[in-house]
Design a binder for this molecule. Structure first.
Ligand SMILES: CC(C)[C@H](C(=O)O)[C@@H](O)C(=O)O
Ligand code: SF4
Length: 472
């Protein structure tokens, strides 16, 4: 009887060779490409006269630099460097025969939103992208990880990458999430418990009751933030939720072929007696909505719990906490609930999917964004946007006073015009709260779930969504 994890099985099936330096050469089933990390690798291929051998295993989108106002998307883009990156990607993908969902495509969007919704990401695959949030795709039971620019070049040239196999830590959730508590809260809790470096050297296998209960979209949000916990990748064993999500998607197998694939997908699940390098148990039955108080995603507490005093933290975390609290202006001993916010931002590859907007809309229905708040709703893809529009959800957002935008990374990292100003505090459904992340060096980011962003937008302050109708 074997006792392998999904990670062991999928790794072994994709291993091409043992490399002399001790790494493994892995074949890559799906390489995702965006405009920021691809120009250089394509230039190197061109210089060396190398052609992409498996164009059909490469798919590109434009996401980081795109304007989210419809008029801003006309060509040439006003920002010259953005226009340069987009033009390069157009040329590179067309010369290499690679599918590109550009600004003129109704499927354009954030890489990590587009590939899952088109059924490109499937269980048992190896998925890479020159982007740290590639771990998102592990939600399907694939091995998915971010790679650097030189590896992007290697993958384009050979469809292979040299990689080190990590250890596997099973994160076993116990109990179920309560009403108004979402998968974003769960992953923020995991990172708060294990630390932003806690996952170094590991991939995380998320499991247990609370994970089993999650929809695919909620699972994507969990795996998305694996990297924020220091883990190279994160994954969830595929199950009926995964298969039902895939059925009927554009690139998913059909009919008989689907059933055959499903048998394979079942076979790669971790064995019941799999050997893990580490196991962590986490009871989530009393979990409250989580919010960050600092400048890394692990500096998070339940919305009504007191923010810790640096002196009360373990030695290694004190200095970072002090610096973070200086920046965010948050007082230890007080809860985050009640802090004014200036901006509400809903979107990104963490929480820019259809269900995220539905959850937020349930809170916004019949309510208005607070007068002192500017609120931005940025769907993760144009597909998400059109689905929401078909359901009339855009109207809920517009009527509440949100700006309803076109798809892109937007204020997650402000590589376009969507940016915090001065020391604005932003209730954000994104995944990073580093200093300067949202475009202003003094800007302050409070990470939270989409429902919590909606609640904060209405209240004008950080607030427990469970106390609002529609939030629980
Ligand atoms: C621009 C890109 C390389 C970067 C990443 O790797 O994650 C970005 O997506 C981010 O979230 O900071
Ligand atoms: S939405 Fe944010 S985290 Fe995701 S790929 Fe874009 S910039 Fe990176």
């Amino acid at each position: 009887m074997s006792a392998d994890t999904l990670y062991d099985k999928v790794w072994d099936q994709h291993k091409v060779a043992d490399l002399p330096n001790g790494q493994d050469q892995l074949f890559i089933g799906l390489h995702l490409i965006h405009e920021v990390t691809s120009p250089q690798p394509f230039s190197e291929l061109r210089e060396r006269g190398i052609e992409v051998p498996y164009p059909e295993r490469n798919v590109a989108t434009v996401d980081h630099i795109v304007p989210t106002q419809p008029e801003g998307r006309e060509r040439p883009l006003a920002d010259e460097s953005a226009e340069g990156m987009l033009t390069a990607l157009e040329r590179n993908t067309s010369e290499s025969d690679i599918q590109f969902y550009g600004l003129d495509s109704e499927k354009q969007g954030i890489t990590h939103v587009v590939a899952p919704e088109l059924g490109l990401t499937q269980p048992g695959m190896t998925v890479v992208c020159g982007d740290s949030h590639t771990a998102t795709h592990g939600a399907f039971g694939s091995i998915a990880f971010g790679i650097g620019t030189s590896q992007v070049r290697d993958v384009l040239a050979s469809q292979c990458v040299a990689a080190d196999k990590a250890d596997v830590r099973r994160i076993e959730t116990e109990g179920r999430l309560g009403p108004g508590v979402h998968s974003k809260d769960l992953i923020l809790k995991i990172i708060a418990e294990l630390g932003v470096d806690g996952g170094v050297g590991y991939v995380y296998e998320y499991g247990g009751e609370a994970i089993r209960d999650l929809s695919m979209e909620e699972r994507l949000a969990v795996c998305n933030m694996s990297i924020e916990g220091g883990a190279r990748a994160g994954y969830i064993n595929p199950d009926e939720t995964t298969y039902e999500f895939l059925r009927g998607r554009e690139f998913a197998p059909e009919g008989e072929a689907f059933e055959e694939r499903k048998a394979y997908w079942e076979s790669i699940r971790s064995d019941p007696d799999a050997d893990y390098d580490d196991v962590v148990h986490l009871d989530v039955s009393d979990l409250a909505p989580m919010v960050t108080w600092g400048t890394n995603p692990g500096q998070a507490v339940g919305v009504s719990e007191p923010v810790p005093a640096p002196a009360d933290l373990p030695e290694g975390k004190r200095e970072a906490a002090r610096t973070a609290q200086d920046h965010t202006g948050v007082e230890p001993g007080e809860p985050m609930a009640g802090y004014d916010i200036d901006v509400a931002f809903l979107g990104t590859c963490t929480n820019g999917r259809v269900s995220d907007f539905r959850e937020a809309a349930a809170v916004l229905e019949g309510r208005e964004v607070h007068d002192d708040v500017r609120a931005l709703a940025v769907p993760g893809s144009q597909t998400v946007k059109s689905k929401l529009e078909a359901e009339g959800i855009d109207e809920v957002f517009r009527e509440a006073g949100f700006d309803w935008r076109e798809a892109g990374c937007s204020m997650c990292l402000a590589m376009n015009d969507d940016s915090l100003e001065g020391d604005e505090r932003c209730a954000s459904s994104s995944n990073r709260n580093y200093v300067g992340r949202q475009g202003s060096k003094d800007g302050r980011t409070v990470l939270m779930s989409p429902a919590m962003v909606a609640a904060a937008a209405v209240a004008g302050e950080v607030t427990d969504v469970r106390e609002m109708e529609g939030g629980a």
